[in-house]
Ligand binder design. Structure first.
Ligand code: ADE
Length: 241
């Protein structure tokens, strides 16, 4: 159950970060396979042009469909034994969530198409949504200059859910966004630092009390910082529910 990831971009160097740290090790361990492709390699003019002015006028440039068509036809032919899911990052897409990360971690092949935010000619999305499963996904309600940073974020969130990538699978369970609550606060040595003490219960040795305290902290934190994550009626202490 290895995951293959292909990324098409005009900035292949952005994706070098995938060779570092946890995902780098996962690649070396054969759990993850990452292939990065330069969109400009699929142009045919001297200047390797990937964009043009928008029909109908307006600000910015739009990515031309021909290089995208050639690039995606090429990439989608690279692993005939796998089933591709084409992901197009963009601020107008469905929200990328932990649930979506789990879903994508269950696929065997993700192909990411990085556009600049003015976008790729819409016909590319039309064409490939008829040929493969295609998801337009947004990191959140803000605008990036292009899809590359979004691919880094999505690839990290997905890659760490691939079995074996995170050494201690238990560390995946009690995390924020896995079960509807934020994480509890964590502490390490020393027990006293700049006059600030580690909560005594954590030094008590009572495993049951530690578990209870952590659960209470998760609920309190979620209430304080992310009431939108709690069931309706539990968002503030005073409400009758
Ligand atoms: N590209 C530009 N903005 C983006 C966003 N918010 N999420 C994903 N891709 C993007």
């Amino acid at each position: 159950a290895t995951l293959r990831i292909d990324v098409v971009t005009i900035f292949p160097e952005y994706l070098r970060a995938l060779d570092l740290s946890l995902l780098g090790k996962a690649q070396r361990d054969g759990l993850l396979e990452v292939h990065v492709h330069d969109l400009r390699d699929f142009t045919h003019d001297r200047h390797r042009t990937v964009d043009d002015t928008p029909y109908g006028g307006g600000a910015g440039m739009v990515m031309r469909p021909e290089p995208w068509g050639e690039a995606l036809d090429h990439v989608l032919g690279l692993a005939p034994d796998r089933t591709p899911t084409l992901v197009v990052p963009g601020p107008g897409g469905d929200r990328f969530t932990q649930q979506r990360a789990h879903e994508l971690a269950g696929r065997d092949w993700l192909v990411f198409a990085c556009g600049r935010y003015e976008g790729i000619d819409e016909r590319v999305v039309e064409e490939y949504s008829e040929r493969v499963e295609l998801q337009v996904l947004s990191l959140g309600d803000y605008v990036l200059n292009g899809g590359e940073v979004a691919v880094l974020a999505m690839t990290e969130a997905v890659g760490r859910l691939v079995p074996g990538v995170v050494g201690n699978a238990e560390s995946l369970v009690e995390e924020s966004h896995e079960d509807g609550l934020l994480e509890y606060p964590v502490y390490t040595k020393p027990a006293s630092w700049r006059g600030r003490e580690v909560p005594p219960v954590l030094l008590s040795g009572h495993h049951g009390r530690v578990t209870e305290w952590r659960h209470a902290q998760r609920i309190e934190r979620t209430r304080a910082r992310r009431p939108d994550m709690l069931p309706h009626g539990q968002a503030d202490r005073g409400s009758p529910g």
